[in-house]
Design a protein around this ligand. Structure first.
Ligand code: NAP
Length: 252
């Protein structure tokens, strides 16, 4: 069965690794193309947008895709809607993989907001030292009077980088000791994060908790339509069930 995995996440890469060794599947991983040097993959990779839901539907048809796994990032809202629409248009079975969101633990000082603009406003008017752990695509709302530390995989566009911001280029996973050192070295007072969930980037939250720092947490966009599973393992089990169904239908 031909499988299209919409990726750019840990889960998509884990599914790709499992399917690479399974003769029942011929899988291709799709990336948006945002990262300059994405991690190597054991299956075929295609890069770049499809041209909306219609474009994706066309790809599903022309490539004879038998199942679509939407394992995009929890904040990739547009692609999730496109995936659901394209699957409905083509009747290709679709599954969304959505890791559980982070929840505040005892000792956390979270301020939950709905958007990056609200996050910027939540920093207040007094100058603070702020760690922007939000990637490089959504820096525009952040400006004076704060001192920013920005972490991203690729260098941010200087046009959207807040004036005077320091940049750390790094790719997760991150551990708590390193996150603690980073927060201390830059005398950070507030952490801004997106509620991505997952273990790879969670350590900044426990490091902030230990230091009693405020975390401005941007809530997720609405989840995609069901069916949804929380991890790669469940996605592979769903695929295996669909591969069996497909074989039975072809044999009938
Ligand atoms: P988005 O706003 O939902 O998508 C914008 C457009 O990018 C889509 O309409 C689609 O273009 C294209 N696209 C997105 N994911 C794609 C994929 N896997 N393969 C091919 N085209 C894709 O998404 P985003 O927030 O910009 O995220 C882009 C990618 O980065 C996603 O694959 C996501 O998993 C990954 N990522 C995002 C975040 C985040 O915080 N947003 C964090 C880590 C990784 P067309 O309409 O032309 O098809």
């Amino acid at each position: 069965m031909r499988v299209l995995i919409l990726g750019g996440t840990t889960e998509a890469s884990a599914i790709a690794r499992t399917l690479a060794g399974d003769a029942r599947f011929d899988a291709v991983l799709s990336l948006a193309g945002r990262t300059a040097a994405p991690a190597a993959q054991p299956i075929r990779v295609r890069t770049g947008g499809f041209g909306g839901a219609q474009g994706l539907a066309g790809y599903l048809r022309s490539e004879r895709i038998g199942a679509l796994i939407d394992a995009t990032h929890p904040f990739a809202a547009r692609m999730k809607v496109n995936a659901a629409q394209a699957a409905a248009l083509t009747r290709v079975p679709r599954l969304a993989v959505l890791r559980p969101e982070w929840r505040p633990a005892t000792g956390d000082r979270w301020r939950q907001v709905a958007s990056m603009e609200e996050a910027a406003a939540a920093l207040g008017t007094a100058p603070r030292r702020v760690f922007l752990a939000i990637g490089r695509q959504e820096l525009a709302p952040f400006g004076p009077p704060h001192a920013y530390l920005v972490r991203s995989v690729d260098p941010p566009d200087p046009a959207t980088l807040p004036q005077g911001a320091r940049v750390v280029l790094a790719r997760g996973p991150f551990d708590e000791a390193a996150e603690t050192d980073l927060l201390r070295a830059h005398a950070i007072e507030i952490v801004v994060a997106k509620n991505a969930g997952g273990a790879a980037t969670e350590a900044k939250l426990s490091a902030a908790r230990r230091q009693g720092l405020t975390v401005v947490m941007v809530r997720r966009p609405p989840p995609p339509a069901p069916p949804i599973v929380p991890d790669a393992e469940a996605a592979v089990a769903w695929l295996a069930a669909h591969a069996v169904t497909g074989e039975a239908e072809r044999g009938a």
